[in-house]
Every structure is written in structure tokens, then in C-alpha cells.
Design a protein. Structure first.
Ligand code: ADP
Ligand code: MG
Length: 440
């Protein structure tokens, strides 16, 4: 703790740096000479080797009056192999070129980024690159599904670099913009201008390069841009929704270039992280929400961060319009359409038939068949009823799933079960049980 405190006091390590690289480290053992530290990812070890080790030894000496060596071990065995992480030479500072509009969103910073299990590694890599652009991981490549923070992190690098080097030329482009600029330059004989812009940057951020798929000309130009920047030790950061070798018809030479640097994936946030993100967003919007309610929202919206934000905006809008505080009732009302849509698209008649058949101890074949005994007719009609209630499938489609029955049979089943359930508590309970089981 005393050593940590010394790091914290040093203005060289700002709050982010401290939290990410230093405070995340756990001391495991100490034998009087060697202090074993457990680090969360391979990047942390890399960073410690490069940036923190000597300061650590100095501070440890100040605290203990003996020579203490750090022994850096990784938590679990996660993270990529650090052996092939590229290390690059000193970048010779050049006189700055005319300033280029970086096109960054000022909200996408490290300060507003919540670190959690699925993005810890990506965040650490982003921070390392923003502290030493062009020198550590070049190119840096983030991949992962939509709404998980790739664009945010990439722009956080840009914002941080501009903050520490206001004269740096930073440029953020979507792949679409790059493609359009390139085509525009070709058509208007402005290739020189295009190259002047794209090759004079110190940090190039290219978002969503999966859109380079099937665009050979643009890929060639991107390859040239990449090489020109890389040779000058200029930092390149890219994102995509998948790995480079999974992008359709991306030329091998580009794929192999991307492998020179570091690729890190971002995965969906776990429950805890989702709740932390919600808390941060609610706070920044001045929205008062109880902790229980936060956890509830986080448990309901489990796909990505963009949807979490959407849910919170809806809740805020409801609270504003109704001029009510954020209660559990208000939240479930606000989230209802989001949940229903998601559920409807995910459920199929097959799932419903399977669960219903097993619940009533009959077979799916019975449900699809024509037997008219009561022990089968009721389960069949309940299953049809549930298909109407829980999916978006059309009546003919439901009929078809039930062994090619007419759509009027489905209507009849739905009406009959609705009527029966109105006066039959046992049936109501069965339907409720089935719904829970099917959703599960
Ligand atoms: P992607 O580019 O992966 O599709 P974005 O970077 O556009 O995702 O993120 C979607 C939204 O979620 C943005 O508004 C972003 O600020 C927010 N977001 C994503 N991850 C986080 C996080 N870890 N902390 C805070 N906000 C996040
Ligand atoms: Mg994005």
C-alpha cells in the first residue's frame, strides 16, 4: 500500500493510469527480496516491464530500505501471448503539418468508459497506445459485436493523444468515409490531395473495416496508406465486428499486416459491468435511480451497451413525461416493448412445442398429429395458443408447424384456450408455468 501510495502521489501517473495499471495489481507474496504481484492481463505485464518496473524498484527501496524485485505473474491464464507483441522504435518528432479535423466525439473518452470483464484488455491496450502512439502495439485492432464500445475506445485514444499532444494530427474515419473519399479523389483527379491528407496523420483511426469486404480498389489504397504510415511509425487503430481473416475477400496482404500488431476482442459486459455502466450514465444524466432498480434493468437488458443506453433514455423520458420518480413499475412499463420484441424474435414454434409436450407428458409428434383424445387435444391447443402469444409467426405459419394444419384451427385453439383459462385457475397456472419455462 505504501508503494501504491507513492505511485498515486506522482503526477506522472494520472488517475486513469493509476487505476488501470497500478491499482489493479494484487500483491501475492513477499520473501524480503521478491514481491510477487498478480496482474490482470498480459498487457499489464508488458506495461510493467516497459514503464513501471524501475519506478517500482525505486519506491520499494524507499519504503523498505532494501532491494525488492517485482515478480510479475498473470491472473489465471488468459490474454494473448505477449511474446509476439510488436515493439517499435522511437518516433522522430517532425514539424507538424497543417491541422486536420480529427472528427472525434468529445464524449468518447477514457473517463466515461466503464471498465469491466469483457473490455478490460481492450481498455488497457487502448490506454497503452494513447500514452505511446506508434511505439507499442501497431496496428491496434479491436473486434467484437455491435454496441460494445469499439468506437468509444478508439476515439478515446484520439482524444487522449490530442490532449497530451495538441499539435498531433489525429484523424478518425469510418471505412465508409475512407471509401467515399477515395472514390471521390479518383473521379476528380484529386489523389494527391487524398494522399496528403491520409498520409500526414500521426494517428489514424479507421472504424468498421469489415466494410472493406469486396472492395478491392479501396483495399489497395488502404494497404498503401497503411504502409506509408507504418513505415513512419505512425499509429494505426482499427475496429471490425470480426477478425480480419473472417472478413470476406479481405486480401491476404492486408490480413497479414494486421497481424503485426495486437488484436483484442471486446465481449458483452457481464451483469456487474452492465450495472456499473448504467450507474455512470444515470449519474451523468442527473437521473436518480435506486440501486435495486439499476440491477433489475441490467438483468433485463443483456445484449450490448447501446441497448442499455437506449433503455435508460426510455426510462428517463417516461419519468420526465409522467413527472414521477423512477420506480420498479415505471421501469417495467418503459422496458416492456423492448423485452417483448426481443423475446418474440427469439422464440420459435418448435421450442414452444417441445416444452409444452414435455410439460404435459406427450410427444411433439402428438402435437403435430391428428389424434382427438382430450389428453392430447388440450396440450396441442395450449401450444398453438402460446405460439400466437409468444411469437410473431403468422397463423398459417403456426398451422404449418403443427403438421400442416389450417390457420382456422389455430384461431379456434387460441379462442378456446383464452375462454377456458378465464374460468379455470389450474389452466391459468399451467400457462404461466409454461411461459416461464419457454422463456427460460
Ligand atoms: P461499437 O463501436 O462497438 O458498436 P460504441 O463504441 O458505439 O460500440 O458503443 C455504443 C455506446 O455504448 C456508446 O454510446 C458508448 O459510449 C457506450 N459504451 C460502450 N461501452 C461502454 C463502456 N464500457 N462504458 C461506458 N459506455 C460505453
Ligand atoms: Mg462502432
Amino acid at each position: 500500500n505504501q508503494i501504491k501510495a507513492k505511485f498515486k502521489e506522482n503526477p506522472k501517473f494520472d488517475e486513469n493510469t493509476y487505476a488501470t495499471w497500478i491499482n489493479s495489481v494484487t500483491p501475492i507474496s513477499y520473501d524480503g527480496h521478491v514481491l510477487t504481484l498478480e496482474l490482470p492481463t498480459a498487457l499489464h505485464r508488458d506495461y510493467w516491464e516497459r514503464q513501471l518496473k524501475s519506478t517500482f524498484i525505486e519506491y520499494a527501496y524507499a519504503v523498505t530500505q532494501t532491494d525488492v524485485r517485482p515478480n510479475l505473474v498473470l491472473k489465471g491464464e488468459t490474454g494473448p501471448n505477449t511474446d509476439n507483441l510488436a515493439q517499435f522504435q522511437q518516433n522522430h518528432a517532425k514539424p507538424t503539418t497543417p491541422h486536420i479535423d480529427p472528427h472525434l466525439n468529445h464524449h468518447y473518452t477514457f473517463d466515461t468508459f466503464v471498465i469491466g470483464q469483457g473490455n478490460q484488455m481492450a481498455h488497457a491496450a487502448a490506454l497503452a497506445v494513447s500514452e505511446d502512439p506508434g511505439k507499442v502495439y501497431n496496428p491496434l485492432f479491436f473486434y467484437g459485436g455491435v454496441g460494445l464500445g469499439k468506437t468509444h475506445l478508439m476515439q478515446a485514444i484520439g482524444n487522449k493523444v490530442l490532449k497530451t499532444h495538441p499539435n498531433a494530427n489525429v484523424k478518425y474515419v469510418t471505412t465508409e468515409k475512407f471509401t467515399n473519399d477515395f472514390i471521390d479523389a479518383l473521379q476528380n483527379n484529386k489523389m494527391q490531395e487524398f494522399r496528403r491528407v491520409y498520409r500526414n496523420v500521426d494517428l489514424l483511426l479507421v472504424d468498421d473495416i469489415q466494410f472493406l469486404a469486396n472492395k478491392e480498389g479501396t483495399q489497395d489504397e488502404f494497404f498503401n496508406t497503411f504502409n506509408a504510415l507504418y513505415e513512419e511509425n505512425k499509429q494505426i487503430v482499427m475496429t471490425a465486428d470480426r477478425l480480419p481473416n473472417e472478413i470476406n475477400s479481405l486480401t491476404d496482404r492486408l490480413v497479414s499486416r494486421f497481424k503485426w500488431g495486437l488484436s483484442v476482442d471486446i465481449t458483452a459486459p457481464d451483469l456487474e459491468t452492465r450495472a456499473a455502466i448504467l450507474r455512470a450514465k444515470a449519474q451523468s444524466e442527473g437521473l436518480q435511480v435506486d440501486d435495486n432498480i439499476m440491477s433489475y434493468i441490467a438483468s433485463q437488458i443483456d445484449s450490448n451497451v447501446r441497448e442499455l443506453e437506449g433503455a435508460l433514455s426510455r426510462i428517463k423520458a417516461f419519468a420526465d413525461l409522467k413527472q414521477e420518480p423512477v420506480t420498479m413499475d415505471l421501469v417495467s412499463e418503459a422496458l416492456k416493448p423492448l423485452k417483448l420484441n426481443k423475446e418474440k424474435s427469439a422464440l420459435t414454434p418448435e421450442t414452444i412445442m417441445k416444452v409444452t409436450a414435455s410439460y404435459y407428458h406427450v410427444t411433439v409428434k402428438d402435437l403435430k398429429g391428428k389424434k382427438r383424445v382430450k389428453a392430447i387435444v388440450i396440450p396441442r391447443q395450449v401450444a398453438m395458443y402460446l405460439c400466437r402469444e409468444l411469437t410473431d409467426n403468422s397463423l398459417p405459419k403456426i398451422g404449418e408447424a403443427f403438421g400442416g394444419k389450417d390457420h382456422t384451427t389455430v384461431i379456434h385453439a387460441h379462442e378456446k384456450i383464452t375462454k377456458m383459462a378465464a374460468s379455470d385457475a389450474e389452466l391459468q397456472k399451467q400457462i404461466a408455468d409454461l411461459k416461464t419455462e419457454i422463456r427460460h
